[in-house]
Design a protein around this ligand. Structure first.
Ligand code: CAA
Length: 380
């Protein structure tokens, strides 16, 4: 087993770390307070190759692999988790188009994503009545003379109001997962509008919106892969996406641990630094250990995907463990800060809020447990 990063992976990690330290960390609190979408920052990230880390160079990607992608996600998330989720979904969309798209679809969409011409991509699967039970979706796509007509509402769509291209899942056949197709829908499509813009607990520098389709006409070429074969595309994309969310959780948890270490060394209590207390040291030690385990699970899942091995179970384990550990690590770091953790002057307040969603989006912890248990039982 090789725990060494290769030169490309080290380079991407360092590039993301430098950018995150220089451009994202100093402005993360302001983005959170003002809810500003990081348009300029995303453009620079595209120029650095961070919007297609695992996308072939011929489509404008960096072709640095899945481990490099996970490492970059950890660095960006450590500085600004809101910017990181936009990066994650955009990379996921670029990859899914490369995997399932025709060469025309790839040529039309992917270079626009990787170059930053599109500020980001979006992934529209959830609906108001179904999130975990994705195959119950109701948005419909019916054939028309020119292509397809979409009707329905998509819920909780990350960057849906900014994305140049959105992968939209809709029902083209009967009930269940075998009646679902995926489509590439471009920004500005007539009949597509932005519904509710959600007011969230955290990740305030990322937008989460409803997308409403009212007789939205899209061309025949918008169909991704075969008709009624779209559910599998969502599952494959989410397997990869879960590595991204696991990496995001690791990045947030690293930032929380850094804050806990810093604060416990500075803060004086009972005539000595707080860090001298064993109660605090045990919290730091538990957090550091869980963080390392989470990092290794995420990198293992990334490595499996990169090698072309099955990785569904590994990605779910990584996402499950990393997101739950990150919430524990943030909670401990918060506790170490005492009353100061509760006020906005200290970054831990934002980290606790940003971290909370990682056990929910791209499949809740309960969905990850379903995936893991099914793979165990199916293989038994
Ligand atoms: N890879 C490939 N195919 C897969 C697969 C995978 N990992 N998992 C399932 N499939 C296939 C199955 O083989 C089956 O296909 P066939 O019957 O045709 O052979 C089909 O998909 C249905 O599988 P299941 O019976 O297991 O499906 P299910 O309805 O029981 O659902 C589930 C399983 C795991 C719960 C799934 O619905 C799921 O992942 N739900 C969570 C959805 C989710 O993560 N949503 C997140 C929204 S996106 C988001 O949050 C992004 C963002 O903006 C930040």
């Amino acid at each position: 087993m090789d725990f060494q990063l290769n030169e490309t992976e080290k380079l991407i990690q360092q590039t993301a770390r430098d950018f995150a330290t220089r451009e994202l960390a100093p402005t993360a609190a302001r983005r959170d307070a003002e809810g500003t979408f990081p348009l300029a920052e995303l453009k620079k990230m595209a120029e650095l190759g961070l919007m297609g880390v695992n996308v072939p160079e011929k489509w404008g990607g960096t072709e640095a692999g899945v481990v490099a992608y996970a490492l970059a996600m950890m660095e960006i998330s450590r500085a600004c988790a809101a910017t990181a989720v936009t990066m994650a979904v955009t990379n996921m969309v670029a990859e899914v188009i490369c995997k399932f798209g025709t060469s025309e679809q790839i040529q039309r969409q992917v270079p626009r994503i990787t170059s930053g011409e599109y500020s980001c991509g979006a992934f529209a699967l959830s609906e108001p009545h179904c999130g975990s039970d994705a195959s119950a979706l109701r948005t419909s796509a019916r054939r028309s003379e020119r292509g397809w007509v979409l009707n329905g509402t998509k819920q909780f769509i990350t960057s849906g109001d900014h994305a140049g291209v959105i992968v939209v899942w809709a029902r083209t056949g009967g009930p269940g997962h075998r009646g679902i197709s995926a489509f590439l829908v471009e920004k500005g499509t007539p009949g597509m509008s932005i519904g509710t813009v959600e007011k969230k607990m955290g990740l305030k520098g990322s937008t989460t919106v409803q997308l409403v389709f009212e007789d939205a006409e899209i061309p025949a070429e918008a169909l991704l892969d075969e008709e009624n074969r779209g559910f599998r595309i969502a599952m494959v994309a989410l397997d990869g996406g879960r590595i991204g969310v696991g990496a995001q959780a690791v990045g947030i948890a690293q930032a929380a641990l850094d804050e806990a270490v810093r604060y416990s060394r500075e803060r004086q209590a009972f005539g000595a630094p707080l860090a001298n207390k064993q109660a605090i040291q045990w919290m730091l030690a538990d957090s550091a250990t869980e963080l390392e385990a989470a990092r290794l699970l995420v990198l293992q899942a990334a490595d499996c995907k990169g090698r072309g091995l099955p990785f569904t179970r590994q990605a779910s384990m990584a996402k499950l463990f990393a997101s739950e550990a990150a919430n524990r690590i943030c909670a401990r770091a918060f506790q170490v800060h005492g009353g100061y953790g509760y006020i906005k002057e200290y970054p831990i307040e934002r980290l606790v809020r940003d971290c909370r969603i990682t056990t929910i989006y791209e499949g809740t912890s309960e969905v990850q447990r379903m995936v893991i248990a099914r793979s165990l039982l199916d293989n038994a």
